[in-house]
Ligand binder design. Structure first.
Ligand code: RIB
Length: 312
């Protein structure tokens, strides 16, 4: 099944620091890297590298040709990416010595999508084939409109509710096929800080929607629409840069779900891809190839992974 990603695109300015800046502090960065990123772009590339057929729709800002080139290089269809002279989105990212990051976003063209652009992308995407999955993140504007339009056209929809803000609660989340959250986003939507209560609460609110909950070093959990829950552990790997680890997980998770893999198998695949991602610097460039992910799993290079399923 094809994926249509209305995805954000950012130029990432990545500063290596010993520790994150504190209020009022000025410090010199040890290094600067300028990378291709944006949750949307990273997820398109992860989904394509996993083996999905991906179309990326959006606005390509001024002097952001490197973002388009990166998508093309990774096999993503960019026919629905419209150039504009407006400033592109960018991210200021600090990466500390433990590989953790903090990210400041400037939305730029990611927040300038128009209903005309969205409608046109849907028309082109569904011209010959009516089925597909629409992928969204919360870095663009018009997310609720796109969900409504996708559902009206009979397309399935996956939303990664990152970055979380107060408006997400008002989105038509009951129309989603998959809601993808981490503990912060999941907790905010579910109204609880208890990790174990997040999935049941979200299932009650959105009973027709599957939920993928990623928990970093605590692994991931998936609750299917039928209420079955699968829990997956994580690998202990040395983190160089965690940027795009969640995006990698999303791209590989969707591959499994769209290609008939079981949920346990899918979580193993996505966890392995994500573990490889955190071992490398950068965003889009740190997403591993499927052949590498498969080899690591086959050889159990990161050790064993605990996966268990509880029926509803
Ligand atoms: O998920 C990682 C991404 O978040 C970065 O590439 C950055 O651009 C921000 O969008």
């Amino acid at each position: 099944m094809r994926i249509l990603n209305f995805g954000s695109l950012n130029i990432d300015y990545v500063y290596a620091v010993d520790a994150f800046l504190r209020p009022g502090e000025t410090k010199a960065a040890a290094n600067l890297m300028i990378n291709c990123g944006g949750k949307g772009l990273n997820q398109s590339i992860a989904a394509a590298k996993a083996g999905n057929s991906v179309w990326h729709a959006g606005l390509l800002g001024d002097a952001a040709g490197m973002l388009r080139d990166k998508l093309v290089e990774n096999g993503v269809d960019v026919g629905l990416l419209m150039p504009t002279a407006q400033p592109a989105g960018h991210a200021i990212i600090q990466v500390d010595e433990s590989g953790q990051n903090c990210i400041l976003l400037y939305g730029g063209t990611n927040r300038m999508l128009t209903k005309e652009l969205v409608d046109n992308a849907f028309d082109v995407f569904t011209a010959e084939e009516k089925s597909g999955l629409v992928l969204l993140q919360n870095e663009t504007n018009l997310v609720p409109y796109i969900i409504e339009q996708a559902a009206a056209r009979g397309l399935s929809v996956a939303l990664n509710a990152a970055p979380m803000d107060a408006s997400v609660k008002d989105y038509p989340l009951d129309k989603l096929t998959w809601l993808i959250v981490n503990e912060v986003e999941g907790g905010a939507l579910a109204g609880t800080e208890d990790e174990d209560a997040i999935l049941p609460a979200l299932h009650e609110k959105y009973p027709h929607c599957g939920v993928l909950l990623t928990l970093g070093a605590h692994g991931a959990r998936c609750m299917e629409a039928n209420g079955r829950v699968t829990r997956c552990g994580s690998y202990r790997v040395r983190a160089v840069d965690t940027t795009a680890a969640g995006d990698t997980f999303t791209g590989y998770f969707l591959y499994g779900m769209l290609h008939g893999l079981s949920v346990p198998e899918t979580l193993r695949l996505a966890t392995t891809a994500s573990a490889l991602c955190v071992g490398r610097p950068g965003a889009a460039d740190s997403v591993p190839e499927k052949a590498e992910v498969d080899a690591v799993r086959r050889e159990e290079r990161f050790g064993a992974l605990l996966v268990s399923t509880e029926e509803a």
